[in-house]
Design a protein around this ligand. Sequence first.
Ligand code: IPE
Ligand code: IPE
Ligand code: MG
Length: 235
Amino acid sequence: MTETGIPNHIAIIMDGNGRWAKKRSLQRLRGHEKGADAVRDAVKGCAEIGVRYLTLYAFSSENWNRPIEEINHLMGLFRFFFKKEMKALCDAGVNVKFIGNINKLPDDIQVLIKEVCEATKGNSKLILTIALSYGSQSEIVGAMKSLGEKIKAGELEPNEIDEDMISRYLETDGIPDPDLLIRTSGEKRLSNFLLWQCAYTEFVFLDVLWPDFQKADLQVAVEEYASRQRRYGAL
Ligand code: IPE
Ligand code: IPE
Ligand code: MG
């Protein structure tokens, strides 16, 4: 946390798009579209209050189990968003990174992702990490496999492994652990998001559905965070 009480790193589980649409007797897809608008506001809002790292859960490894029409629509939205927002993100000083099993995405989206990363890599005002096709358990399995290979090659002794080393083998290497995790829509679970990284993160669960999320909701979460006492197991 910075001296101003603003979290250095906010992670958000953007949930509730489907319920937002259902409440209005609209198709779930409309909820995802409105959710993309809320992403824009959240990025802006975080940059304005001085948050340095923002990590957004956009699509989980389990979301591949949804109906193919919904998956295709979400892919279309990602495509549209990255194309349309690339310049604005660049101009706003946002450095975009991705975590997740990117190679499961359609080829053209993989190309777009590389372009967005390349175009924004010199920026440092806000580090925006988008978790796409992401699952924390699979990320940890990947790290364990890499460590196992190192041991097999005789380059590492098992007793040299410590917490910092495991963090460095995760996809979030170089990104500090989240200070504040926000989940919208009233659900209170992690859904396979940043399990290792959230060891000492403060959780704030908001009842607002993601498409309705505004700067005022961000403010509520940040104020709640600022009122918490983080003890890290000490007195
Ligand atoms: C979150 O909204 C967006 C994604 C998971 C892609 P949901 O689609 O999960 O919305 P609900 O939970 O059904 O309301
Ligand atoms: C978590 O939401 C994933 C994202 C927000 C991208 P889900 O809606 O998929 O999670 P569950 O199924 O309610 O746990
Ligand atoms: Mg959901």
